[in-house]
Write a protein that binds this ligand. Sequence first.
Ligand code: SAM
Length: 499
Amino acid sequence: MIGSAVQSIDSARRGISANLQAERRSALGQFMTPASVARYMASLFSIQPGSRIRLLDPGAGLGALSAAFIHSWQPRAGADSALDVTAYEIDSELRKHLECHMAACRDEVVTQARTLGTTILPYDFIQAAANPLEFGTRADFTHAILNPPYKKISNDSMHRKWLRTNGIETVNLYSAFVALSVQLLMDGGELVAIIPRSFCNGPYYKPFREFIRGIASIEHIHLFGSRNTAFKDDEVLQENVILKLVRGTPQGQVIVSHCADDTFGDYMERICDFSEIVKPGDHEGFIHIPAIEKTASAGLGRQFCHTLADLGVEVSTGPVVDFRMKSYLRALPTADSVPLLYPCHFTGNRLLWPLEKSKKPNAIALHDETRRWLYPSGCYTIVRRFSSKEEKRRVMATVVKPDDLPGGAWIGFENHLNVFHSGKQGLPQELAHGLCAYLNSAMLDQNIRAFSGHTQVNATDLRSLKYPSRQALMRLGRWLKQAEDVTQEQIDERIRAIA
Ligand SMILES: C[S@@+](CC[C@H](N)C(=O)[O-])C[C@H]1O[C@@H](n2cnc3c(N)ncnc32)[C@H](O)[C@@H]1O
């Protein structure tokens, strides 16, 4: 399977990266993309079923990005579709691996009656793109995916001259690769690149920012939480963003997303007006990446001094972003699907699923493409990210148990839910109930209101709260499990007894 090609490239990456010659590695910016990041990048493209795609992968390395694209294209492409990959790689050693990896992808796709062609070009991409004999005035790639090399370009270098012949003034290989790749896209063509954040501000990148805004629109910016997360195996210390551009379309709103690291466990996104990204009237055209989450700091009593890490619990935003997975959503459960939970499935503190008349889907197809966004069946404490002003409390928590969702080995949690879990597995039932009771208490509600005027409660807010000890929560959970129809007063009384 192509999925296994993605995995085997990832294993090769770990082995080969460690053995690359340090000087050459730094000269050619050879930092390979981990499989999880490559898959995420590929998922950002739109793919029309039955279309003919021409994909550009400049500086392809071992082929992680092309393989992830092919993997994502297969189920979305439909019959009679074709994909032609053009990959540039200057390093002859890496090219040998790239050839094997592309051959493995080709073998798989051909057996499934879709057409995949791969062309590997051993040239300097900048020189080739500047050469009219290579591309002429053609700009007919439909998609470009890139993790370009990162290195300063000196003013008198050949690279600088070649770029100028294409009307591009820029100071680093990464911005040069992005600018040339957008130029090679047809109108409506999409580019997804993982690049350092440095282009967002500073005078050196002003011409690059102007170039990008003149030729394309920014559709999505993803920011990794800390400086070393995207390439942590390579100890690369710089902030990286994933940028999606669409050539020749007017600038609209921008999706901004964040996550802490390459597991995408706490992935969140929101739609921003472009005026939040580039301030109106800013002549420098600085690109701002708005924050999504608000940090909370709780001031509860001394019995409530435990962090989630102390409890062995994590909280993440529901990973299913439905508009990215449209073709996998099911109105009602089917034989090939598993439950998909939205806020509408939670009324008060109860779970009601499936909802026959709901506008939202009730299920999601179980598939290679969806499984990594699902949690295994188990006990989870769920908190809706948005509550209405009418609701008495900001935090409305509910326990989801396997018996509530018959037949599903997996559960999909939609992006408007927060999920308490343990290493992406369910929690012990008592702990899930104990957490639920604590989160539904008046004491916690007052605390949340003290730091936030919003009706929104995000994973970061829940992560920054302080909790009772694991034992206290387990006791609370045992009580809640046995008791019937517990009132708010009874919960609050129990919580006061802990304090
Ligand atoms: C940051 S690595 C990324 C590799 C791969 N795209 C990935 O995501 O794993 C950049 C790659 O570009 C190649 N490269 C560097 N300069 C190049 C150039 N001028 N033309 C073509 N390839 C180049 C390097 O050898 C390296 O494999």
